[in-house]
Structure formats: C-alpha cells, structure tokens
Ligand binder design. Structure first.
Ligand code: AMP
Length: 386
C-alpha cells in the first residue's frame, strides 16, 4: 500500500549516527519533523532531531512505541533485530521492504539471493568449523577471505588466508569461527566501484552516477565520480536495476562491485540505506542520496539524478582531525562535513570532505599532485601496520 506523507508530518529514524543525521538534515530541509532513536545519549544525529529517544535496539517494546509515535519510519543501518522488524511492519508505516533487509543482514543469504537472481559474486562457501574451513579452502583455493556472516563492516570480522601457514593460525581462526562465517575467494579486482540506486513507491528507478572507490585497510578512503568503460557501466547499471526491481526496493541502496582488468563485474555487498560512497551526492549531484531516500519513503516521486560536476569524496578519520587547518589551507574550495561524533578515535569515521573541479582531468590532477591526500592515506597504512 502506498501512502504520501507531507511536510510537517513526522519521519522516525532508527539510528542517529552520521547517516541518520544526514537523512534528518534532508528531511528537515524538506519541511518534515524528525524524531530519532539510538542506543547512545550522545548520538550525533540527535543534534538535528526535533525529538529523541534513547534505548536499546533490542528493546522490543520501546522500539515499537517509538515507531508508533511517528508517521513514517526508516532506518540508517541494516542490522535491525529481525523479530522487531517483523512487528514494526504491522504497527507502523515502514515503506522499505523488510524481507530484503533480513536477507542482506547475513552475507550467506545475501550471496545466495544474488546467485539465485543470476547475478555474479565471488565464489563462496558456508563455514561453521575448522573442518568446513579446510574443505572450502581446498575447493576455493588461496588467497581467500573468511568473513563473519553478520555484523561485519569496514573490513571488521574478516581474516585473509594467503597460504597454508595462515590455516595454522588457530587462535585467530577459532575466534572467527565462534560465529557463523563465509569463505570467499579473493577477487583479483582492478578497481572497486559502487552505485547508489533509488526506487520509489511507483516503481520508478534512478541510478546515481558510478564512483570508483579506494579502500585502505578495509575502510573507504575516497570515492571519485570517474568515468568507467561503457561496457562495465552497462553491466553495473543492469545489475543494480535488477537488484532494485527484484528486491522491490523503496528508498536507496548502495551496491559495491569489484571490476577485473578484463571488465568482468561481480557484486561485493548490498546496503539498503544511504551509503558512504554516496556522500559525494550532497554536492556533486542535483539531488542527494539522502534527499532521494526521503522522497521515496514519503511516497513522493524520485527526482531524476544528474552529475553537476566531477567530485571526489574523502573520508575524514579520527587520525585526520588534527590536520583540518592544513586541509583548509590546501583545499580552500573543499566542502567539509564533520559529524560531531565526539572522541576522534583512530580509524573512526568523523566526517568527509568533497572536492569539485570543472573537469575530471582537473580533479585528478589536483588529487594526484597533492601531498595532503597522500599523507592521509599513509596515516591509515602506517599506524595499521604497527
Ligand atoms: P567488505 O566489508 O566485504 O566490503 O570488505 C571490505 C573491503 O575488503 C572491500 O572493499 C575490498 O577492498 C576487500 N575485500 C573484501 N572481500 C573481498 C574479496 N572477496 N576479494 C577481494 N577483496 C575483498
């Protein structure tokens, strides 16, 4: 059932981290009231919320009471308790598809669904014990990556196996295998790319421009609105469109791809919510991923997206915070977003900045020649290796 929600009505957001905050800012800009629910009193999104609730995400009664007090509900993260989610669907207006959310909460069911839909992903197998691991390593071969099926993000809950010697690291492996895992073949990608796709309640689908991403130690470092070869673009757009259609998506979904040097494309991960690789859309496109999500969940038609200017997004991690004055000196034109999350811990995402230029060549030149971005990259590597 589709329903339209108008300005002055209330959007509830489960989770008040940076994604909840930026969703809230979009919603307020459009005239909606915003209420947020989070486990932490000091969640950064609370600064832009008309009303806030603090409680556990597993507190069924409180979450449901919160949901019932708003007109329409959305979430900023995918790990919502399945039982509560099923209940929320019957008690409030939650336009996003719950079945799809439950599916992507687990890497195994996510990959099984992708495979069923005929969509390519790296070879994988289920692992619950050392015996399973041995068998899957024999089948898949080295290098491969053992990942927890749930609650992994930014490369956390992952263990790379390069050779037999890594199979002997019994303490680490036993730690990983306390929970259900998936073993994935290491995909020898040439680059990583992603698309944020949106679908509204009328079934209209719109793809944001593709970005090429650089991760350092499993954490997104930069996203660049680079041109990818047409054949690769066609494959990625077709996969993203099929995912949005088949999942009956409402709102936005981030889709991460690995691209090989022969132009093969596989899906790495799905996230049915605004995505870090889509932050560039705040400045780089005519409508941001956050605006588009709010339009979709309030039952309004999507706006067709277009790139305004080539854009680079760089994440600001805890260790980069002392260098903000230097950043402003290097790039006076940068648009800096700080989320106000409190303690700037090492590797913690504290903000991001966007750099725009008139042409891709100019942007690439700016970035490649700049010592600050190189130093920031190194600041991640050096400390991570110690
Ligand atoms: P994930 O949390 O699964 O997105 O993994 C974080 C990062 O680790 C990815 O963005 C890749 O850089 C790398 N990675 C994860 N899985 C694979 C894989 N199967 N093959 C190659 N690189 C991977």
């Amino acid at each position: 059932m589709s329903k339209t929600f108008y300005p002055n009505q209330t959007i509830g957001i489960l989770g008040a981290g940076q994604l909840g905050k930026m969703l809230g800012q979009s919603a307020q800009k459009m005239g909606y009231r915003v209420e947020m629910y989070d486990e932490s009193d000091s969640a950064c999104g609370f600064a832009v919320s008309h009303h806030t609730e603090t409680g556990s995400f597993d507190d069924h009664e409180r979450v449901v009471a919160f949901a019932r007090s708003v007109d329409v509900l959305t979430y900023e993260f995918e790990n919502i308790n399945g039982e509560i989610l099923a209940d929320l669907h019957t008690r409030t207006f939650l336009p996003q598809n719950t079945a799809f959310l439950l599916l992507v909460q687990n890497r195994l069911s996510e990959k099984a669904w992708l495979t069923e839909q005929g969509m390519p992903c790296a070879d994988y197998g289920e692992v619950r014990s050392l015996v399973d691991l041995q068998a899957e390593v024999e089948r898949i071969g080295f290098p491969c990556i053992l990942k927890r099926t749930r609650f992994g993000y930014d490369g956390k809950g992952q263990f790379r196996l390069n050779s037999e010697a890594d199979l002997a690291k019994s303490t680490e492996l036993a730690g990983m295998l306390e929970a259900e895992c998936v073993l994935e073949a290491f995909y020898p990608f040439d680059y990583e790319a992603s698309i944020v796709i949106a679908r509204d309640t009328f079934g209209t689908i719109d793809c944001f421009p593709t970005v090429i991403n650089q991760h350092v130690d499993g954490i997104l470092f930069t996203s660049l609105t680079a041109q990818v070869p047409e054949a690769v673009q066609t494959k990625m757009t077709a996969i993203a469109t099929k995912i949005a259609q088949e999942s009956e998506l409402v709102g936005v979904c981030g889709i991460e791809f690995f691209v090989s040097n022969s132009g093969e494309v596989v899906v790495n991960e799905l996230a049915p919510r605004p995505h870090n690789t889509g932050h560039y859309t705040i400045e780089g496109t005519n409508v941001s991923q956050f605006d588009q999500h709010i339009l979709a969940i309030t039952g309004r038609p999507l706006l067709p997206t277009r790139l305004l200017t080539p854009t680079l997004m760089v994440n600001i991690l805890g260790q980069h915070i002392p260098e903000i004055p230097e950043l402003i000196k290097h790039f006076p034109q940068a648009i800096i977003h700080l989320y106000d999350k409190g303690e700037p811990r090492y590797q913690r995402k504290m903000g991001h900045f966007s750099l725009m230029a008139d042409s891709m060549a100019a942007l690439e030149m700016l970035v490649n020649q700049d010592s600050l971005i190189k130093r920031w990259r190194k600041a991640v590597r050096t400390e991570a290796n110690t």
